[in-house]
Design a protein around this ligand. Structure first.
Ligand code: GRF
Length: 190
């Protein structure tokens, strides 16, 4: 089995899609859902789906506790699904090309520091873009600059509000993220 850990800080709708998608998979298992926010809905969703859930502190992330847990659980890939803390160097180095993030814009546009959640969609709206979309990319030591694995775009209308844009992008994320993760993890299997 290929073991995946999902890290999520928020509502966890992408995490939920991943847990559903891989629930009966013959090669890939969601072994752990970790969150740096005790109150994250993502944790509740994991419990409901019988996936081990684990709340940790930002300190645990920095001081090796999280890395230790990932190793103990024999995690092969880490999926960031709305995870809002910086992944420390030690974890990036322990998992080279094995950490995948989803970002709600067409990188390199609207990425980098401060570009998360509604900040992204507000900026897209302000720039009057014709399209937005999602990017699935590898995580390296540069914020939002790892290798792009997949992008999909969605057309925007003048009348779209920031909330509409967020909705459109989230739908796209739900449609594609799990299968992109699956293909990437299976690339190196067997
Ligand atoms: C998604 O838009 C994702 O691209 C971003 O954070 C959001 C998470 O949403 N990184 P959810 O928690 O999966 O609903």
């Amino acid at each position: 089995m290929i073991n995946i850990a999902i890290l999520a800080s928020g509502s966890g709708s992408n995490a939920e899609k991943l847990m559903e998608y891989f629930a009966n998979h013959s090669l890939i298992k969601i072994t752990l859902l970790g969150s740096n926010k005790e109150e994250a809905l993502a944790l509740t969703k994991a419990k409901r789906m019988n996936v081990e859930s684990w709340a940790f502190s930002n300190n645990d992330l920095k001081n090796g506790v999280v890395l230790h847990k990932l190793k103990e659980k024999k995690i092969d890939y880490i999926i960031l699904a709305g995870f809002l803390a910086l992944i420390p160097k030690q974890i990036i180095q322990a998992y080279p090309e094995k950490i995948i993030n989803i970002h709600p814009s067409l990188l390199p546009n609207f990425g980098g520091k401060g570009m998360y959640g509604m900040n992204v969609h507000n900026a897209v709206k302000k720039a009057q873009k014709l399209y937005s979309g999602l990017t699935v990319h590898l995580v390296n030591e540069e914020f939002d600059q790892g290798k792009i694995l997949f992008q999909a775009r969605v057309k925007l209308q003048d009348l779209d509000t920031e909330e509409n844009i967020a909705q459109k992008v989230l739908q796209l994320e739900h449609r594609y993220f799990s299968s992109v993760v699956e293909s990437y993890c299976l690339l190196f299997a067997g």
